[in-house]
Design a protein around this ligand. Sequence first.
Ligand code: PMM
Length: 289
Amino acid sequence: MNGLRVAEAATARQTVVTQCQVLGVLNVTPDSFSDGGQHDAYDEAVARGLELVRQGADLVDVGGESTRPGAVRVDAAEEVRRVIPVIAALCDAGIRVSVDTMRASVAAKALDAGAELVNDVSGGLADPAMLPLIADTGASCVLMHWRAQSAVMDAFASYDAVVDDVRAELSKRVDAALSAGILTQQLVLDPGLGFAKTAEHNWALLGALPALRELGFPILIGASRKRFLADCVDYGGLDPDSPLDRDDASSAVAALAASAGVWGVRVHTVPPAAAAVRVAARIAAVGGR
Ligand code: PMM
């Protein structure tokens, strides 16, 4: 298992200027909000994973359970059926894979198949076995800010001060991870844009990336195609209600987040994000921002 590779790279990235990682989204689901149904057959999913890497993705983030607002959960056996063969095929092809799952049992199988990073949108809250698994395996892990399952999360979008509250709640997840025996260098944090958050909350968090980085961990940003970007899609005949028409705004977020020094961006459309992180790295390398 090569689980510490991401963590080591992430630690290095805190001290030297290197390139923001691009995580290409591969949802092997019939119902994800923007790409559901496109890659839910094995052959199409593997082909899409290979394409994401050809286009410049550093990792392919494979998920088998939609987390769009209102989504109901699939059972663990179905999640395994969807993602594990795809992960195994991509890892066999030498591709770096993260698994987007809230279940320790799915994460364990994905790590066995060669995944190097567990992307848990619940930050270890949904499954009490997740943090012990990460501790035991030494795998890298994204802890995302999360308050409730997708079916009910919109009812939890209430904050006194969203940046302070998200920082405090992420810190608690870090404490839980460390108590479980996870090492700091295994962790990546994510503010969880769109998860129990209104558009205003998402914008406030994007405007506070330096404050999130002050937590001292690599930061992952997943803004791609999300509903709040519709605020910026009022030009060129684009349809703000179409997730695909939010791609340009998603790339703009990737560029600005990379420029703000985040560790990674999670995107559906890789080529412009791959360009964005390279431009940001070149500007950072000459001391710019
Ligand atoms: N968003 C989605 C799924 N997984 N993982 C992380 N770490 N951060 C995110 O913001 C995130 C995620 C939902 O988007 P999708 O349905 O398009 O995959």
